[in-house]
Write a protein that binds this ligand. Structure first.
Ligand code: SF4
Length: 452
């Protein structure tokens, strides 16, 4: 029994980590649909056979292999990988080779449970004899998602640049969707257009990602934005503006959040969701912050060997952050003159907002840092309502609501909590309708942030 336990603990360190992707099929779970397809394009441009798995269809399997106490995204992604491998096995029969697949499941450091998904999924795969050899590739926010091990060292840096750029472009395509769809001339046209644009862009990343020909990708993006603009009916007046914050998976995974953005739009909203790039920037920013803390501490204690190492870390992470800002500004700088899409806040600015209002501290970490500050920004920018979207029992999102609800009540800005766990709650739509009624009253009284 003890030997068995030792073997399973060993599996957590030996079969989760950074393995060479050469000659493997790299399985990417779909979180944000556009982002997943673009990053798969980037992987392919670096010679990795990457594909995005279908999502949510395996939820029954995910539930069968979880206890119900796990976070909902863990159940969904467990179902995604199990269903994919099941179908693959049925398709290939005797030729199915589990060792040829690597499942991608990044993680983040505590205090919340995202760091445990891949461990749990490892235990599930190990419990199914024929899937033991499927490895799990992980990146961690602990080192700001550095890639060492997955790709050759000399290519990892270029990959990181292209991957970050794909995240920014994915955000812009999403923002294009949310900007056009509430004002579309023909119902359904925007969804079709964005799906096609996503595929075109994924091909572009596959062709030009590894070459880092970002200007060519931006030229294509401009073309797409121009085409999208033509779908807007100029006679439709501006609608109440709703901001979304929350847990990154739930607020971007359309099936898990029961397409909340579209439902809000059906009740008269224009919606902007928090971006994915903001999270990546946050992890890099937080590394700079932590390295600075270490530097100060060791300077005080005159431990010069450590001072040198922290100094190096500060410079290196700062360099990454600066690079990310340059890429972000360049991309938004190209599209904003064409169409008034919302942009991202600098994370340093968000931290200042939290400190100024004494609401929360970056020392405590988690997405609550971004969500609380994000709501404050929506408030200052004149949004007509805010929705917090998250998995049922999610810790950072519950903290967000407990801090922000009293403030939103005081400011008389409509605020909706939207927890999801895969069940259909009968009162959900009525709740959204009521929220939109309040948002409309707010809009009538106070107007809204103008386009452009
Ligand atoms: S952010 Fe929420 S849903 Fe995600 S791991 Fe943490 S507690 Fe779970």
């Amino acid at each position: 029994m003890e030997a068995q336990q030792r073997a399973s603990f060993r599996s957590l360190s030996e079969n989760i980590g950074q393995f060479s992707l050469r000659d493997k099929t790299f399985l990417i779970p779909e979180m944000n649909r556009i982002g997943a397809h673009l990053i798969a394009g980037v992987f392919r441009s670096f010679g990795v056979n990457a594909l995005v798995m279908e999502t949510y269809e395996g939820l029954d399997l995910g539930k069968e292999f979880t206890s119900g106490k796990e976070c909902f995204p863990c159940q969904v992604t467990t179902g995604d990988i199990l269903l994919f491998l099941k179908k693959e096995k049925e398709k290939l029969g005797e030729d199915f080779r589990p060792e040829n697949y690597i499942f991608f499941m990044p993680e983040s450091e505590g205090p919340c449970r995202f760091g445990m998904y891949n461990k749990y999924q490892r235990i599930v795969l190990d419990s199914l004899h024929e899937l033991k050899k499927v490895k799990i590739a992980s990146l961690t926010s602990e080192n700001s998602y550095a890639l060492k091990g997955l790709l050759e060292k000399e290519r990892a840096r270029d990959f990181r640049k292209a991957a970050y750029f794909s995240v920014v472009i994915g955000d812009i395509l999403d923002r294009l969707l949310w900007r056009i769809r509430p004002y579309e001339t023909k119902e359904g046209a925007t969804d079709v257009f964005i799906e096609r644009s996503m595929m075109r862009m994924a091909d572009f990343f596959e062709s030009y990602g590894a070459k880092k020909d970002f200007d060519r990708i931006l030229d294509k993006l401009e073309e797409i934005v121009e085409e999208g603009k033509a779908l807007i009916d100029p006679d439709i007046s501006p609608k109440p503006l709703i901001g979304i914050v929350g847990e990154i998976y739930l607020r971007t995974h359309v099936r898990s959040n029961q397409n909340i953005i579209k439902v809000l739009e059906q009740y008269g909203a224009e919606v902007i969701n928090a971006s994915i790039a903001e999270w990546v920037d946050y992890t890099t920013y937080d590394k700079v912050r932590q390295a600075k803390v270490g530097l100060r501490l060791n300077l005080k204690q005159l431990r010069f060997d450590k001072v040198k190492s922290y100094m190096k870390q500060v410079l290196s992470y700062r360099g990454d952050l600066l690079y990310q800002h340059i890429r972000l500004d360049k991309a938004y700088g190209r599209v904003k003159p064409l169409l008034d899409l919302g942009g991202d806040h600098r994370v340093a600015h968000l931290e200042k907002t939290l400190t100024k209002h004494d609401l929360y501290s970056f020392e405590l970490g988690t997405e609550a840092c971004l969500s609380i500050a994000g709501i404050m920004e929506y408030m200052h920018d004149g949004y007509n309502g805010v929705v917090n979207v998250y998995p049922f029992t999610c810790m950072p999102s519950t903290i967000t609501t407990s801090i922000m609800r009293p403030i939103m009540n005081r400011e008389k800005i409509p605020f909706l909590d939207a927890p999801y766990d895969g069940t259909y709650q009968p009162g959900r739509e009525a709740g959204i309708r009521t929220f939109m009624y309040q948002a409309y009253q707010h809009f009538k009284r106070r107007g809204r942030k103008k386009h452009g």
